[in-house]
Design a protein around this ligand. Structure first.
Ligand code: URA
Length: 189
């Protein structure tokens, strides 16, 4: 367990706990304000993220930024964004359970240090791991669950919105609910 985020990040950068370390270009630890009260957790880096070392920088990431900015959130100012996996699975395949198990301690340590008030799971993979194994994005998106004092919410992954633009309205509603919750909790953004 690390007691400082920069030490945690540095150790993670040298991680070789699973085979993804052999094919990655960069470890994508996360980006944002390290003492933010809101943490977003996606699935895993894609090609652009692997090359640039930052989460959500491709087309999906640009879309995510639009939703974030629409409710006054900004990855440089008032939130933190990370992924379940810090390294890209080849050809963007789904993360393997053993890769998730190997990688989760990095996220847990981050959550321990940040103590976010709200965690937003971006997509099914993180929602099923962090909220509930049978989480259904289509039914439970936008709902808040209290997990040991941290509020958790799952929403659509931007890649799903790019594949199916009909989901964009539902995702916007989720973000508006998030904005209401942020105000209700008195979180400064
Ligand atoms: N998809 C994710 O879940 N995370 C990223 O960082 C990029 C794409």
């Amino acid at each position: 367990m690390f007691t400082d985020i920069s030490e945690l990040k540095q150790a993670c950068t040298a991680c070789a706990k699973c085979e993804l370390c052999q094919t990655r270009h960069n470890v994508v630890f996360g980006v944002g304000k390290e003492d933010a009260e809101i943490l977003f957790v996606g699935e895993a880096p894609g090609e652009n993220e692997d090359l640039q070392g930052e989460p959500f920088v491709g087309r999906g990431g640009q879309l995510l930024d639009l939703y974030l900015n629409g409710i006054g959130l900004d990855r440089k100012e008032n939130i933190y964004i990370a992924n379940m996996l810090k390294c890209r699975p080849p050809h963007n395949r789904d993360p393997k359970p053993e890769e998730m198990d190997a990688c989760l301690p990095w996220l847990r340590n981050l959550v321990y240090l940040m103590r976010p008030k709200i965690i937003v799971c971006v997509g099914r993979i993180s929602a099923q791991r962090l909220i509930s194994p049978d989480f259904k994005v289509t039914k439970e998106h936008g709902m808040f669950f209290d997990k040991n004092g941290t509020l958790m919410m799952g929403t659509y992954h931007p890649a799903a919105l790019l594949r199916n633009p009909n989901l964009k309205g539902a995702c916007l509603e989720d973000f508006l609910k998030l904005q209401d919750k942020i105000r209700e909790m008195g979180i400064e953004v």
